[in-house]
Design a protein around this ligand. Structure first.
Ligand code: HAM
Length: 429
C-alpha cells in the first residue's frame, strides 16, 4: 500500500461530505479564507501576484538566511539538468525576487501585493505543522513609513475579524536595525559562550550564526539556561531610529483601537527581518505555534541583487486559521443553494432537461436528472438537494415548448414557456 499513499506531512484538501473530513483540510474552508482575504486586501489596494512553486536555491539561502531552521534542515531540494532548486518554503523571498527581476519598482510606490499557495518545509509533522501547508501572504514594497507597518498589521487583524475568530493575541516587537542586532548578538554571545556546553547542538550553531535565535529554541535545556541567565531583550537594544519607528507603529495601532501586547523578546524564524516584527497567536493552535506572523525586511531586495527597496509583510497559515475557527466553533458560510432542479419525466426529454439546466446556470446552481422518474420522486430528490425550484418536463411539455415550474418554498406551480424559464427564476426570492 505504501506506494499509493500521499507523502508524510502532506494532505489532500477534500470536499464536503468526505468521511472524517478535518476542518483544516476542508477544500471549501481553504477557498473561503482565500476569497475573504482577497476581498480585504484588494479593498486596501493590493494586487494579486503568483510566483513559481520552486526557486533557485540561492534565492532562499540568501533571502531567508543560512542560520534559519528552514535553510539548515527543512529544505525540499530537487536537481534537474545540473541546476538545484528548492520548493518554496515561504512567499516573501520569492515575491521580492520577482519584484526585482520584473522591474516592479516602476509600479506606484508602495506596491501592495498578495498571494496564497502551498509552501514546503521538511518539518516533523504534527497537528498544525505540515511539510506542505498553505499560506495567505501580503507584502508591501517601497516604503518604510511606520504607517505602512501599522496598516499591514491592521489588515491582518481585519482578516481575523472578518473570519469571526476572537481569541487571538497580537505580539508585537522590533528586531531593530542590523547594527542594533549586531550589538545585541554580541551581548548574547558574551552571555551564552561561558555556558556553551549546556546548549543544544542547534543552539551551539546559533551561537556562531545568529545568537538571537537561541531565545526561540524549542529545546528544554536551552530554555532552562535562558531562564537562569535572564538575558536582556532585543527591545532594550534598539537604536534611536528603530526605537522611534517602533513607537510610531504602536501609536497608530493604539489610535485605531487595535489591541496588542508588546513582546520584547520577539524572534522570528527568518533572518531578513528588521525593525517591526510580530506574531498572532491563538490558544487553539498551541503556544509554540503562531496563526501568522510578519515583519519588515528593508534589506531583502539588496540581498537578492536589487536596488534598496524597503518592504514589510505577513503570512497566515491557512490550516492554522481553520484550526482556530474550529476551536471557537466558527463555521464556514453555507455554500450557495441549488436554484433549480430540472427533472425529465420521460427518456425522450432527458436531453431538453439537461439543456434547460445548462441555461439556468447563468443565474445560479442548476442540476438535472440523469434518469427519468415519476414527478413525486423528482420532487423528493429536489427537496433533498434543497433546491428552490423544480422544473418538470414530460413529452407533452417538450412538444409544446413548455415546462412545469414548481416553487418548492411556496408550493406554487405553473406551466410556462421554456423561453421564460430564466426570467421566472430571477424575479423570485
Ligand atoms: P513564518 O512565521 O515562517 O513567516 O510563517 C507564517 C505562518 O505560516 C506561520 O505563522 C504558520 O501559521 C504558517 N506555517 C509555517 N510553517 C508551517 C508548517 N510547517 N505547517 C503549517 N503552517 C505553517 C513567513 O513565512 C514569512 N514569509 C511571513 C512574512 C511575510 N514576513 C514578511 N512577509
Amino acid at each position: 500500500m505504501s506506494g499509493i499513499r500521499r507523502p508524510k506531512g502532506t494532505q489532500d484538501l477534500l470536499p464536503d461530505g468526505s468521511p472524517q473530513l478535518k476542518a483544516e483540510f476542508s477544500a471549501r474552508g481553504h477557498r473561503h479564507l482565500v476569497e475573504l482575504a482577497a476581498k480585504v486586501l484588494e479593498n486596501a489596494g493590493a494586487q494579486y501576484i503568483q510566483t513559481p512553486m520552486f526557486e533557485m536555491v540561492e534565492v532562499i539561502k540568501r533571502g531567508v538566511g543560512d542560520s534559519t531552521d528552514i535553510v539548515r534542515k527543512e529544505m525540499f531540494t530537487a536537481r534537474a539538468q545540473g541546476d538545484e532548486f528548492i520548493l518554496r518554503p515561504e512567499g516573501t523571498a520569492p515575491i521580492v525576487r520577482a519584484f526585482v527581476e520584473n522591474g516592479l519598482k516602476q509600479l506606484p510606490a508602495p506596491a501592495k501585493l498578495w498571494t496564497y499557495g502551498a509552501m514546503f518545509r521538511a518539518e516533523r509533522p504534527q497537528k498544525g505543522r505540515y511539510r506542505q501547508f498553505h499560506q495567505l501572504d501580503y507584502e508591501v514594497l517601497g516604503s518604510d513609513d511606520p504607517l505602512i507597518d501599522a496598516e499591514a498589521i491592521a489588515l491582518m487583524m481585519q482578516v481575523i475579524d472578518r473570519l469571526g475568530v476572537k481569541k487571538i493575541e497580537l505580539k508585537l516587537g522590533s528586531v531593530g536595525d542590523p547594527e542594533d542586532r549586531q550589538g545585541y548578538n554580541q551581548y548574547l554571545r558574551d552571555l551564552f559562550s561561558p555556558h556553551e556546553e549546556r546548549l543544544s547542538e542547534d543552539s551551539k550553531a546559533r551561537l556562531v550564526l545568529n545568537p538571537m535565535r537561541i531565545l526561540d529554541s524549542k529545546s528544554q535545556s536551552d530554555q532552562d539556561l535562558i531562564a537562569e541567565l535572564q538575558p536582556r531583550m532585543m527591545l532594550d537594544h534598539l537604536g534611536e531610529a528603530a526605537s522611534a519607528h517602533f513607537k510610531q507603529v504602536c501609536e497608530h495601532l493604539s489610535t485605531w483601537g487595535i489591541p496588542y501586547t508588546i513582546d520584547p523578546s520577539i524572534v522570528r524564524g527568518l533572518d531578513y527581518y528588521r525593525r517591526t516584527a510580530w506574531e498572532i497567536h491563538h490558544e487553539g493552535v498551541g503556544a509554540k505555534s503562531a496563526l501568522g506572523g510578519g515583519g519588515r525586511y528593508d534589506g531583502l531586495a539588496e540581498l537578492l541583487g536589487g536596488p534598496h527597496t524597503p518592504g514589510i509583510g505577513w503570512a497566515f497559515g491557512i490550516e492554522r486559521l481553520l484550526i482556530a475557527m474550529e476551536a471557537e466553533g466558527v463555521t464556514l458560510p453555507e455554500p450557495e443553494g441549488l436554484l433549480l432542479y430540472v427533472a425529465a419525466l420521460d427518456e425522450s426529454t432527458l436531453g431538453v432537461a439537461a439543456k434547460l439546466a445548462f441555461e439556468a446556470r447563468q443565474n445560479g446552481k442548476a442540476e438535472f436528472s440523469y434518469r427519468p422518474k415519476a414527478p413525486g420522486k423528482h420532487i423528493g430528490d429536489a427537496l433533498k438537494k434543497n433546491a428552490r425550484y423544480v422544473a418538470l418536463i414530460g413529452s407533452s411539455e417538450a412538444e409544446a415548448g413548455t415546462v412545469t415550474l414548481k416553487n418548492l418554498q411556496s408550493g406554487e406551480q405553473r406551466t410556462i414557456q421554456q423561453t421564460e424559464l430564466l426570467s421566472n427564476l430571477q424575479g423570485t426570492p
